[in-house]
Design a protein around this ligand. Structure first.
Ligand code: ADE
Length: 236
């Protein structure tokens, strides 16, 4: 049975979004993974189908009701295999390649997308949701974050990435990754700018050495956080 994602959302029309295109879209059509959505509003019980209410203690915005979100979670779990519940929130652990690898190794995910100020804390705890952020900025809802997380997972599934270059070869597959070296293609001169000579030389060992140097320089200059992880933990 293929890797299965369910999104709980007030905006199911936002899915599959970008994941209906390119490599992820082809893999979806080929049945290498599957995606469904549950409309959280369908689990409201009053005649106005209310999903949110004002925060206890006062303050701005609205909070999603725990009973409604819990019923949506129950329906998602009942429909498929037991899968981790992932709540997308800027309060969560920041997504990295290691977490994507961990999630893709399991049966799939149930993604809980909040709007308003977020979910009532009690349903997060009762359902033991894993809280995940896609970065230190605030989105207006969890849906684009869910699409980002899914993209990072799906491209790691067997047979999804095109060509011989596997996801295993790329920089963030390592524990202490380097940023990628810069890429060039034809024409060899464009707008007065030449491609670095070494790339035209046909000397594969020199090309590899140049690329390694460029990757290290980019990492040192742009991502000192990644660079120091490397120099402190890896012998090479
Ligand atoms: N919801 C709103 N902002 C978010 C973020 N940065 N990551 C995950 N979910 C979010």
């Amino acid at each position: 049975t293929p890797w299965h994602a369910t999104a709980l959302t007030l905006f199911p029309e936002m899915f599959p979004g970008t994941l209906g295109h390119s490599l992820a879209g082809r893999a979806l059509r080929d049945g290498k993974w599957s995606l469904d959505t549950l409309q959280i509003r369908d689990f409201a019980t009053d005649k106005h189908r209310t999903v949110d209410d004002t925060p206890f203690g006062g303050g701005a915005g609205m909070v999603m009701r725990p009973d409604v979100v819990d019923a949506a979670c129950a329906a998602a779990l009942a429909a498929g295999p037991a899968r981790p519940l992932v709540y997308l929130t800027p309060r969560g652990r920041v997504l990295d390649q290691g977490l994507a690898r961990e999630l893709v190794a399991g049966p799939g995910v149930i993604l809980v997308c909040g709007r308003y100020e977020g979910l009532d804390q009690r349903v997060i705890e009762a359902r033991e949701m894993r809280e995940v952020s896609v970065g230190d900025y605030v989105l207006s809802g969890g849906e684009p974050a869910a699409l980002v997380l899914l993209d990072a997972c799906v491209r790691l599934l067997p047979g999804v990435m095109g060509g011989a270059t596997s996801a295993e070869e790329e920089s963030f597959s390592e524990a202490a990754p380097l940023l990628e070296y810069p890429h060039y293609t034809r024409p060899a001169e464009w707008d007065g700018r030449a491609v670095p000579e070494v790339l035209l030389s046909g000397h594969h060992a020199e090309v590899a050495r140049w690329r390694r140097g460029m990757a290290e320089a980019a990492t040192r200059e742009r991502r000192p956080d990644l660079w120091s992880r490397r120099t402190s933990s890896v012998a090479h």
